[in-house]
Design a protein around this ligand. Sequence first.
Ligand SMILES: NC(=O)c1ccc[n+]([C@@H]2O[C@H](COP(=O)([O-])OP(=O)(O)OC[C@H]3O[C@@H](n4cnc5c(N)ncnc54)[C@H](OP(=O)(O)O)[C@@H]3O)[C@@H](O)[C@H]2O)c1
Length: 315
Amino acid sequence: MVNREKIATIFGGTGFLGKQIVKELANRGITVKVATRIPESAYFLKPCGEIGQIVPVQCNYSDPCSVRNAVKGSDFVVNCIGILFEKRKHSKFARAHIDIPAMIAKACSDEAVQRFVHISALGCDKSTSKYAKTKLEGESAILTNYPNATILRPSVIFGEDDKFFNMFAEMARFTPFLPLIGGGNTKFQPIYVGDVSEVTLKALTSNDDKYLGKIYQLGGPEIVTFKEIYEKLFKYTGRKRKLVNIPYWVAKIEACFLSFLPKPPLTRDQVESLKSDNIVSDGALDIQLYGIKPKSLDLILPKYLKHYKSGGHLA
Ligand SMILES: NC(=O)c1ccc[n+]([C@@H]2O[C@H](COP(=O)([O-])OP(=O)(O)OC[C@H]3O[C@@H](n4cnc5c(N)ncnc54)[C@H](OP(=O)(O)O)[C@@H]3O)[C@@H](O)[C@H]2O)c1
């Protein structure tokens, strides 16, 4: 049943995490405005709700009035905008991770939005990558403009349409070798997209004020190294590949060449981010505080990596 009393605006709602949040809000009967640069790119979400429940809204991030219009009348706002690499004038880290979030937070304040959740990134306070530094600065910009925002810092997110596991599984189809950058010892704590979405919904809809103005670090139930991630990938795709150790400096040179591709699979900045672990810190506010038991890689990966098996998922 549609609860027309509540309205949510999701920025970046066409993306991997954003669309999961849009679907779950719609399942709860909330009217959802998907703020996007290209409304047509959000049309695929409309069948996830009743007629008129999911509404694509064009947003021009060069115009604060456009952002404010997207937020107007909403009870809840979520910002899922983020980029992994820089391209052209309008796709710069500082713009996507600091300027636009600040603009959204200001619009939320001006429009008296009840709850605002911002998606940041785990390790943004530790890594020396430009991605991380701008994510960290974005958090301050958010809290300056909307002190009651809830900030979520997920580790690498996995799920059916993720870019991380799917990219390496796809690479394994075509190459006999996979790169083990910096020895493959960097630690991750991958978290399921459905769990990040559930935390977001709890932060938005809880009557409890305890989530307001806080930063949560979100990790899954296991800590795995890059090498162990490859091992899981091999197990569930049935494609074992040789791992080639590539020192960071060599990976950076390779990344220089790859950066000419429209969607580079590796950038110098990503190599930099691999130098620090991506795990929840001791004593951090974490997913347990939301009463959620995060799902494991072994539960979810087999469901979507089976498509990469030689001969397809029926093999
Ligand atoms: N995926 C992960 O493993 C992971 C891990 C940690 C943190 N995060 C963070 O979680 C958030 C969601 O990640 P995701 O994987 O869902 O990202 P995604 O699939 O790449 O989607 C990001 C969204 O941001 C919008 N966007 C992209 N470039 C933009 C630009 N230059 N200006 C304005 N909007 C732009 C796009 O919306 P439109 O094209 O519709 O405008 C897009 O749908 C991001 O903040 C990301 O940094 C992700």
